[in-house]
Write a protein that binds this ligand. Structure first.
Ligand code: SF4
Length: 374
């Protein structure tokens, strides 16, 4: 199985108010040291990868020189059929950066739009506005990107169903092939969470969030974006191969702080301190902060827990081939309970049961479904 490669760039211009990702404020000299050690690690890679994904943080916050240095170091790993994605934020996606990405083999762009409403963007602490978001997407398309994904967030306090409908309408009017939608979550210790705890923010009711999600599914499907995973929609042929790899619990390699690697049932997590990471890579010390070896049983259950997130769900024959386990035996009790709660159902071909997948209700409660399968 050809693995995927993930590279984490932990820098952003400014921290968004809801963000608990592993990212710090951009600092040019720190970023230069970090890119240097990443390049040395990339040079040492022996494997080949079916997909490469540079995420963050904000990879495009790196100045043009660092971006070129990083992308050129990956050149030996990029082939005609490699899906090569870079995450970008609208404010840092200028024409020069777009050309650098295109000229170094990047063929998929994931843009953190989040909203086309200036008030919402402000509330979330984003530093771009709606106009910048439009321009970033259209510029990228005009200059040659044929595979553009945007992230859209719904469910900010005060947002109405009508506001969300407007966001979706604007999204599908743009030259994008993939849309990821997420509801706003109030992660512990983020400024938004603290404001919520002080009673300064009144989060939307769960019913409203569910209604927004269901509306997204219907609207995006009606407009040619196939719902292929809980939060992801794509035009025909544009599902994200990198993420599909995760949802099949296939091997991946992670470089950079907080990145995770997984292979042969062994999961390793890198340390999260940028300076320490640079120091350790330079001195040849171990950068792993946590490592575990999963039992075969656990591996199979984890495969079930991630694969169920996809619209296709779990095909019994695929599962047996992938894990060596009979799904109906391994997950006997959870299947009964989840079916009773109408969260999953059997999938049939010509009347014969071939697998299981989430029901419409199951998509709303997917995290509970995954936990039960574990
Ligand atoms: S741009 Fe993304 S990673 Fe950076 S602070 Fe905002 S949400 Fe977090």
């Amino acid at each position: 199985m050809v693995p995927s490669l993930y590279i984490h760039i932990p820098f952003c211009r400014k921290k968004c108010l809801y963000c608990d990702f592993c990212s710090v404020t951009y600092n040019e000299s720190l970023a230069a040291d970090y890119v240097n050690v990443l390049c040395s690690q990339i040079n040492g890679l022996q494997e080949s990868f079916s997909t490469i994904y540079i995420g963050g943080g904000t990879p495009t916050v790196l100045g043009n020189n660092l971006l070129v240095q990083l992308l050129k170091s990956l050149k030996k790993l990029v082939f005609a059929d490699t899906e090569f994605t870079v995450e970008a934020n609208p404010e840092s996606l200028n024409e020069k950066a777009i050309d650098i990405l295109l000229n170094t083999g990047v063929n998929r762009l994931s843009i953190g739009v989040q909203s086309f409403n200036d008030d919402t963007l402000k509330k979330l602490g984003r530093i771009h506005n709606a106009q910048t978001a439009y321009e970033a997407v259209t510029k990228a398309s005009k200059r040659g990107f044929k595979n553009i994904s945007i992230d859209l967030m719904f469910g900010a306090w005060d947002e109405t169903i009508e506001d969300w409908e407007e966001e979706l309408k604007k999204a599908v009017s743009l030259p994008v092939q993939h849309i990821s939608t997420y509801s706003l979550t109030y992660e512990k210790n983020t400024p938004l969470c603290m404001r919520k705890e002080k009673g300064q923010i009144q989060p939307l009711e769960n019913e409203t969030i569910a209604e927004m999600y269901e509306h997204a599914i219907d609207y995006l499907e009606d407009n040619g974006f196939k719902h292929y995973e809980i939060s992801n929609f794509a035009k025909e042929g544009f599902s994200c191969r990198h993420n599909l790899n995760y949802w099949e619990n296939s091997p991946y390699r992670g470089l950079g702080i907080s990145a995770v690697s997984y292979s042969e049932g062994i999961r390793k997590e890198n340390i999260t301190d940028t300076l320490e990471y640079i120091k350790r890579v330079r001195s040849g010390e171990d950068i792993i902060q946590f490592q575990e070896k999963l039992s075969n049983d656990r591996r199979a259950k984890e495969t079930a827990a991630v694969k169920i997130r996809t619209k296709k769900g779990i095909d019994f024959a695929w599962f047996k081939k992938k894990t060596g386990f009979d799904f109906l035996v391994l997950e006997h009790e959870p299947i009964a309970s989840l079916r009773e709660k109408e969260l999953i159902d059997y999938t049939r071909i010509d009347g014969t049961i071939k697998g299981v997948s989430l029901t419409k209700k199951g998509f709303l409660f997917c995290d509970s479904v995954s936990s039960e399968l574990l």
